[in-house]
Design a protein around this ligand. Structure first.
Ligand code: HEM
Length: 417
């Protein structure tokens, strides 16, 4: 009845025939992209709740007899509300899960060569999604305005300020003046609740539109059946109702897991950290910033030089050049892969010694950089850690390459990529 009424006005039947009858190939790793998507939905829903109660201001107010910044006081009050703390934790856990899912999804796309022609553009859109999600998480760090928030944000402030030529301008744009100052929290709040979610919604929509246009890669096991059918349609299940039911069930399952985690595993207990106070305690950032944090610890403190009037400091190298080169290297992946033909199927990573061993080497290098974030507690000098990281990376790369060449030689595969 309602469908008929809407159909007469919006021609829903045409939409149903055109989009909902499409086929979705099934493979468990396709759930990684969906995990990122559903975590974003949960983030928005819980973020709306928090937005009604949070106060983006550093004006000092009284909280239980002590004078603290209003932002800090408002988050303590959220924690004291019925369901307040659990919603705050669901928000933070969902951010962590979204970033973990993005990384796992990126690795799936990389190792199965799903970035190959014609999907290079969607690889680049995906990378922008990753970068934007990281900025979203980072801007969220400051909002509770605890001791931890201020320490973590000040590292990024010095990184932004260290940019050659545009450092001063950049730090003023992002931090609304020097940090900490009264302007920073409202500026970060605007970015966190407006700019970043809008960019993520736009990029996710573009990512999905490109996916619909180009169609999904399929598992190789579909190859024979597809060729027997003339190779035109994807083999899988219809989007409506089968895939929709699977996706909804998966979303509810994910929500169940996040609620369970939020109920039992505390995250960012700001009452323990307390409001900002003089002195900078040693605090490590969340795991997804550890790579940059660890790399920064390895750059010699006296490495300062000038290029074309721009000053390069250890912060520039660790906080600007290192992440920039990383993103550039990932962006080049579809263009260094030798395959030029359109790729309808997922590749088996075992059949791609060069790209797979390159990926393994990169993962080990990044993990070693994360470990470098702990050299103070591990009592390792920066120089020794640098050597360990380089040796572990070279060993992982060369051993995996040799093993994969051997494996393919034994199977008689002429594996090149
Ligand atoms: C917020 C972040 C992201 C969301 C919500 C998202 C979502 C999705 C979804 C739902 C799919 C279809 C299912 C699947 O293949 O897993 C997909 C496919 C794809 N994604 Fe993402 N993605 C994100 C980030 C990324 C990143 C970081 C990359 C790589 C740099 C990437 C590259 C791709 C590519 C190339 C495809 C097509 C894969 C194929 O046809 O097999 N995405 N994405």
């Amino acid at each position: 009845m309602i469908f008929k009424w809407l159909d007469e006005r919006l021609e829903l039947r045409k939409f149903k025939e055109k989009f909902l009858s499409k086929t979705f190939p099934t493979h468990p790793t396709f759930l990684l992209g969906e995990t990122a998507l559903f975590s974003f939905v949960t983030l928005v829903a819980t973020g709306i709740f928090l937005g009604f109660l949070y106060e983006p201001s550093t004006t000092m107010v009284s909280l239980f007899g002590a004078m603290v910044p209003a932002a800090y006081a408002s988050v303590v009050k959220i924690d004291l509300l019925p369901m307040g703390m659990i919603i705050r934790r669901i928000h933070h856990w969902s951010a962590m899960i979204m970033i973990a899912a993005i990384l796992a999804h990126l690795l799936r796309v990389y190792f199965t060569a799903s970035y190959r022609k014609p999907r290079e553009i969607n690889w680049l859109v995906g990378l922008s999604l990753w970068g934007t999600a990281m900025i979203g998480a980072f801007t969220g760090y400051l909002l509770p305005y605890s001791q931890f928030s201020v320490t973590a944000t000040s590292i990024a402030y010095y990184m932004a300020k260290s940019m050659p030529w545009i450092g001063d301008w950049m730090s003023r744009l992002l931090f609304a003046g020097d940090f900490p100052s009264d302007g920073t929290v409202p500026r970060f709040f605007f970015m966190h609740v407006m700019l970043i979610p809008a960019a993520l919604i736009g990029l996710i929509s573009l990512h999905m539109l490109i996916l619909i246009k180009q169609k999904h890669t399929e598992p190789k096991s579909n190859k024979d059946r597809k060729e027997a059918q003339g190779g035109r349609r994807l083999i899988g299940i219809p989007i409506w109702p089968e895939q929709a039911v699977i996706s909804l069930s998966f979303f509810l399952f994910l929500l169940f897991v996040v609620v369970l985690m939020a109920a039992y595993i505390p995250l960012n207990p700001i009452e323990m950290y307390g409001p900002p106070s003089p002195g900078t305690p040693v605090m490590r950032p969340d795991w997804y910033f550890l790579v940059v944090y660890g790399f920064l610890k390895l750059v010699p403190g006296d490495l300062v030089f000038t290029i074309l009037g721009g000053k390069i400091t250890p912060e520039t190298i660790g906080g600007v050049i290192f992440p920039g080169l990383n993103f550039l290297a990932y962006a080049l992946v579809p263009f260094i892969d030798r395959s030029k033909e359109p790729q309808p199927y997922m590749e088996n990573p075992l059949h791609r010694p060069f790209m797979t061993s390159l990926g393994i080497g990169a993962i080990i290098f990044l993990c070693m950089m994360a470990v470098a974030g702990y050299i103070d507690v591990l009592h390792i000098t920066p120089r020794a850690m640098t050597v360990y990281a380089l040796v572990a990376t070279a060993a992982a790369w060369s051993v995996s390459y040799a093993l994969l060449r051997w494996y393919n030689g034994k199977r008689g595969n002429n594996a090149k990529a």
